[in-house]
Design a protein around this ligand. Structure first.
Ligand SMILES: [Ca+2]
Ligand SMILES: [Ca+2]
Length: 674
């Protein structure tokens, strides 16, 4: 299962690019490890995790349990009437070999139970009759060693108006890592249950940012002009270094460093009040290595494999399999086999059933109870908070039947919810395959609303930082025909898994502005990574997750306010703000059809056309001024009589059937065409 390391080392050595844009989040950090130091570091690291997880979870079981059934936990902890006809409860405890479970409300019916793991778990499927009234059900468990009971609060649904909104092309997403944005509540910095986890001097420790901090700065985000906040996972994580949220130990609790469930509910409500939306980062592929399930799974096949015996996620396919000698795949996982109708199960299994990086316990999403658990968990977070959509982590690593089931279950209740999948790949034929709205060769429609536009991400960075031909932008865009809804794609130039744009080799303030300009005018619903609007620096993970200046009491630089921003921060901020204002004021830049006008080695010019207006965007990547002559015959603006510059230092005029644009070096301009 680890035979791939040599070829990956070769790939890493040959393709510095893969390391320059390396995808280094919690998992992505391990990706780099596997490319460079895998045998030396990752293996001992995995052993350490296994050991620490073992010592952490096993200790409570060393005491012999009392000889009577006991319920220590109920998941979900509460539910709603009028939401679903049935709820599957997962009870944890001991001696739960129930012979009978019954609840005190006559409209609740226990349809089935299943005790597992020697009585450590009990599944209870509870039918909720249509005439059930809100209240707390008390359910009694009869087992061979005695009886016990548990409670299940069943609430009425709150009004749904203004919740579960989903996205439209009017939206702009802003990605926040809550631990690194703003500290709104210093009392939760170092929770008693995770002593010593807080240390701002350590890049992989918790820094104290929290949900309250985000809520406090909604006015700043509103002033910038973004509409939707995607927060990296807020569920409880189990290790001091899991500030990023991708190592869950409890899928029903807010991480205590970030605040309480009430804080999350307050944040969503405050965002909605401010006309903004909140996205939740869902991670059904895996939990953290310290999740108690790892040593004591609710079912023998709760995970794909066990801690001792599992596949890792590395594809057995060599790059040459698809004729890419030397590993032409760049900084992404080899998802090609997953979209290939001719690939055997063996060629796909590591990706969908392997433990990510050989470490992260992979949920057996083919198991019906696991499916149900994960869907209910997502319904619970939506219902309890009113959130507006899900970002779906590591999308290709999860079986497609699961995604179809998950989406169908969510959409039955929340038809407008938008979901955005992470498919970290440069090839649009790969990314588009995972989007829903169409049945693929396997007969499955994943249900996914859209994906992040990773092909455009790679291209924008290549063009701006490495002077790749500007025409490559048009080359990505021509593949839009592969997507059911290309107008819903999410273009971006940075996220929490890659080095900050401002610190990438070849970058400059000018290039950063160009990255904003392209991302905010191309089709789709753009995403901005927190701090890029003030040109925050940072290398790979975790350096790309520095604290937002001004988010902590005593920060000498407060970039949340105009007076506190340094001159270079303000320069980028006002440029991004201006672009967002222009986008807000011009329907063509949000939902308009995109037409190529001209494209070559260093320039790309395109038009956005809505019913109301036509807006042209010209981009010159050359380090010299350029005069562009763009023929307009046969374009939607062939009868244009007037051109007005909305943004940029370019000059434009109409001459006969031509648009003549003179552009300064490395510049971008937006024109209104009438
Ligand atoms: Ca805090
Ligand atoms: Ca998986």
């Amino acid at each position: 299962m680890r035979q791939r390391k040599d070829s990956r080392l070769v790939r890493a050595a040959l393709f510095a690019y893969a390391l320059a844009v390396n995808r280094l989040s919690v998992f992505r950090r391990k990706f780099r490890l596997r490319n460079t130091f895998y045998p030396r570091i990752l293996l001992p690291f995995a052993c350490f995790l296994a050991w620490s997880s073992a010592s952490w979870s096993a200790s409570p079981q060393q005491n012999a349990p009392e000889p009577a059934p006991k319920v220590s936990r109920v998941e979900p902890p509460n539910w709603w009437v009028g939401l679903t006809p049935e709820v599957m409860l997962l009870l944890s405890g001991h001696d739960l070999e129930a012979t009978r479970v019954s609840c005190n409300l006559p409209t609740l019916r226990v349809s089935r139970t299943q005790a597992t793991a020697g009585g450590n778990y009990l599944f209870v499927w509870l039918k909720i009759g249509a005439d059930t009234r809100p209240g707390t059900a008390v359910c009694r468990i009869t087992a061979p060693k005695g009886t016990t009971s548990f409670e299940l609060p069943l609430a009425a649904r709150l009004p749904t108006l203004g919740k579960f909104q989903g996205l439209s092309q009017d939206d702009v997403i802003y990605l926040i890592m809550p631990d690194r944005f703003a500290n709104g509540d210093p009392t939760n910095d170092d929770p008693a249950e995770a002593p010593g986890s807080h240390d701002r001097a350590k890049p992989r420790a918790y820094h104290g940012g929290d949900l309250r901090g985000i809520q406090n700065h909604l006015p700043y985000l509103k002033e910038l002009g973004v509409t939707t906040l995607w927060l990296t996972p807020i569920v409880k994580n189990g290790a001091a270094q899991n500030y990023h949220g991708y190592g869950a130990v409890d899928l029903y609790t807010v991480d205590p460093h970030l605040g309480s469930l009430k804080d999350y509910q307050d944040l969503v409500a405050a965002a909605h009040k401010a006309g903004m939306k909140i996205f939740f980062d869902a991670v059904p592929n895996h939990v953290g290595p310290r999740h108690p399930w790892v040593l004591n799974p609710p079912l023998p096949d709760w995970f794909h494999g066990t801690l001792q015996h599992h596949l890792d996620s590395y594809s057995p396919l060599k790059d040459t399999f698809y004729g890419k000698p030397g590993g032409q795949t760049i900084a992404n996982d080899p998802f090609e086999a997953l979209i290939d109708p001719h690939a055997t199960a063996a060629m796909k299994q590591n990706l969908t059933e392997g433990w990510l990086f050989g470490v992260l316990p992979d949920m057996n999403t083919e198991n019906r109870a696991v499916e149900e658990y994960l869907l209910q968990n997502s319904i619970w977070w939506a219902e309890v908070s009113g959130l507006d959509g899900y970002r779906a982590d590591t999308f290709p690593y999860v079986g497609r039947k699961f995604w179809a089931y998950w989406h169908a279950g969510l959409r039955r209740i929340y038809p407008n919810l938008t979901t955005i999948g992470e498919v970290f790949h440069a090839d649009p034929s790969v990314t588009s395959f995972f989007v829903g709205g169409v049945r693929r060769y396997d007969g499955i429609d994943s249900g996914l609303s859209t994906v992040f536009d990773f092909p455009m991400f790679f291209t924008v960075r290549d063009v701006l930082l490495r002077n790749a031909p500007a025409g490559r932008i048009a080359d990505v865009l021509r593949h839009d025909s592969l997507y059911p809804r290309p107008d819903f794609l999410v273009p971006f130039f940075a996220n929490h898994d890659v080095a900050r744009f401002a610190s990438a080799e070849g970058s400059s303030a000018t290039k950063l502005k160009l990255a904003f300009g392209l991302t905010l005018t191309l089709r789709g619903i753009p995403e901005i990574y927190y701090g890029d609007e003030i040109g925050m620096p940072g290398g790979g993970d975790p350096d790309n997750r520095r604290d937002f200046p001004g988010g902590w009491l005593g920060d000498s630089n407060d970039a949340f306010t105009k007076s506190g921003r340094m001159r270079d921060q303000q320069e980028i901020f006002s440029y991004a703000q201006e672009l967002l204002r222009i986008r807000r004021e011009h329907s063509a830049l949000r939902g308009g059809q995109l037409w190529h006008l001209s494209s070559d080695e260093t320039a790309y010019v395109f038009l956005r056309e809505s019913e109301e207006e036509r807006v042209a965007m010209a981009f010159n990547n050359a380090d010299r001024a350029r005069e562009l002559r763009i023929p307009l015959n046969g374009t939607p603006i062939q009868k244009a009589a007037d051109v007005t510059v909305l943004l940029g230092a370019a000059k434009a005029e109409l001459a006969g059937s031509e648009l003549r644009v003179s552009m300064p070096p490395q510049s971008l301009a937006i024109f209104l065409m009438n």
